[in-house]
Design a protein around this ligand. Sequence first.
Ligand code: 13P
Length: 339
Amino acid sequence: MDLERLKDTAQAMVSPGKGILAMDESAPTCQKRFDALGIPSTQEMRREYRTMLVTTAGLGEHIGGAILFDETLRDETLDGRSFVEILNEQGIVPGIKVDTGAKDLALRPGEKVTEGLDGLDRRLAEYREIGALFAKWRAVYVIGGNCPSSACYVANAHGLARYAALCQANDIVPIVEPEVLMDGSHSIDESFIVTQQAQQLVFEALASQGVNLEGIVLKPSMVISGSGGSDRAGIDEVAIQTLRCLRSTVPPAVPGIAFLSGGQSDEEATLHLNAINNLESNLPWAVTFSYGRALQAAAMKKWGGDSRNFGEAQKVVYHRARMNGLASLGKYQPGLEAI
Ligand code: 13P
């Protein structure tokens, strides 16, 4: 393991004013997003859409890393150059989603465990050859009934830690993503308890597998009310509880925390990130974004499956990246939304 290299990569992914573009939807997830807009979900359309994203002029001003799906890492853009080459030219670190999905957890109805460890060492070595310098693995936790069970916490923490160790052994920075889902009507207090417990067990597991925290990026969900709840916590409360949780779980050795958006609206995700960065100066880690839907939704709609809309869609991509880049510095204002 080349720790200096891992540290450099992690720093580049979360350098000041930059975050991560999650564009690693698997083919079925991409189909779900395209179907909602009546766009045919073929490999050609996915290539066209993702070419639009990565060729956005100036994207590297606000994006430090882009997470790709296997198909895209191996693919070429519309003009026949590899996605990896375009990203490198933009100054964006290419990364790869390596888990094989959240599957039913045995004996625990309604709960999931993330799979993908078998053969991962070999896959990581190949991804490294192709040009990926970081990877992503997402574990999910559902709140409700008696969930999460301790079986769910332990199994997912173990998977994340084994994955992270394998990444570092291959000189790849692991993005460690424990996602507490927003689905449900839980309160922000319940979200706090589950998020804290999930993160604590993940850091214990990382330590027991010997993972060096200076060479990871944490991708957590925010502490937030369930999306179906009434009387949901406001922006400031989400920011306060999220930072309070991270303060209690994330050692200062971790270089960066990059949130997922998890179904928040575009502006809500930006407002929350901005509010967190305004709570305190001199946080021990960079606090930024690794948004999928909250960076892409508006641009995908604008593109609508028609390459004639590339220019307009790219304006939207750039705008959302810029808004979130400002939020990662605590310098966002809603008035900047008018484009
Ligand atoms: P969202 O921001 O849409 O939640 O996606 C981020 C991600 O990469 C989920 O794994």
